[in-house]
Design a protein around this ligand. Structure first.
Ligand code: ATP
Ligand code: MG
Length: 312
């Protein structure tokens, strides 16, 4: 896989406070890389350093093989950024806003026209072309913000928490749009504190905490870091204590809790845990109304590595 971005030993301090602490990673061409981390973990600071919008104390950043600098305009032309805070012009309507941002990169009017139409289609704003930002809901405004950032068809796209405080419909629309951008050949760096999003969207994930990388890999690789393999829930009425004790004795069972007619078993690594349990229930003629198994989430991984929840 070809690197399109390389970051080596990046450190950024704000007034003696380390926001980024010796960060090294690469982004592969054509992938969606997720930067997952709680508030204040350094996601936005990382993006701003990569774009040379912030000075940093030490580190090396290469984009498309070139050293990134504040005046590296050839590189910047091929980048699209959607910042965490929506930034559009109140006095321009949807089309005019996209036209303005796209016009910073594409001077030819007819090719720009095509780009604007494509961007509107991508974010699903066809019915709002003449609307002003004030007339748009939070979700639609985010979609406009994205359209402004990607209309010039950049090779590399940074999106900083684009789905915060948007309705589910806009959220799905945004996630689908990002998939399409990747299909069209872009490389995407996506920051979020929603683990579900990185699981759906990202090829690889970097988990950040206090400006450091605490783990990275595919979602499945990260989940394999969790000590538990699965969690099984069974809804069963009045289960006798002797059965609970026998289940605690199962080879891979790690913990068993029974309350409100619900039995929750966590398992260490091991195969056929669910099959073993179903056989046991059948052999002992224990009736249950529901049984389901869940894999650990990225939140379980984060909890295990840091001792705290990903969400605040
Ligand atoms: N301009 C600034 N001056 C001083 N400290 C800052 C500044 N910007 C960010 N920080 C601090 O740097 C750390 C990283 O902040 P950053 O905004 O990069 O985190 P984040 O992961 O993007 O958080 P969020 O999810 O809230 O957007 C935090 O401790 C934050 O308080
Ligand atoms: Mg941020």
């Amino acid at each position: 896989m070809k690197n399109i971005i390389e970051v080596k030993n990046l450190t950024k301090e704000y007034k003696n406070k380390k926001a980024i602490d010796d960060l090294s990673f690469e982004v592969y061409e054509g992938e969606i890389l997720g930067l997952l981390g709680p508030n204040g973990s350094g996601k936005s600071t990382t993006i701003n350093c990569l774009l040379s919008l912030l000075n940093y104390q030490s580190g090396k950043i290469k984009i498309m093989g070139e050293n990134m600098r504040p005046d590296a305009y050839d590189i910047k032309r091929q980048i699209g950024v959607i910042f965490q805070d929506v930034a559009v012009f109140e006095e321009l309507n949807v089309i005019e806003n996209i036209d303005y941002f796209c016009g910073l990169y594409i001077k030819d009017k007819s090719s720009r026209q095509e780009c604007i139409e494509d961007a509107i289609k991508l974010v699903g704003l066809e019915n709002y072309k003449k609307y002003y930002p004030k007339q748009l809901s939070g979700g639609l405004l985010r979609r406009l913000n994205i359209a402004c950032g990607i209309a010039h068809k950049p090779k590399i796209i940074f999106l900083d928490e684009p789905t915060v405080a948007v309705d589910p419909q806009s959220r799905n629309n945004i996630l689908d749009g990002i998939e399409k951008l990747r299909t069209n050949g872009a490389t995407i760096i996506y920051t979020t504190h929603y683990m579900e999003e990185v699981e759906i969207l990202c090829d690889r994930v970097i988990i950040l905490d206090k400006g450091k990388i605490i783990a990275s890999g595919t979602s499945d690789e990260l989940k394999s870091l969790a000590k538990i393999e699965e969690k099984v829930t069974i809804e069963v009425q009045n289960l006798e204590q002797k059965y609970i004790e026998e289940i605690i004795g199962f080879k891979n069972a790690q913990s068993v809790v029974y309350s409100n007619n619900s039995l929750i078993i966590t398992y260490k690594k091991g195969k056929n845990n669910l099959t073993e349990l179903i056989d046991y229930l059948k052999n002992n003629k224990i009736n249950y109304s529901k049984i389901f198994s869940e894999r650990p989430t990225l939140n379980d991984v984060f909890l295990e590595l840091t001792g705290k929840e990903l969400r605040d």
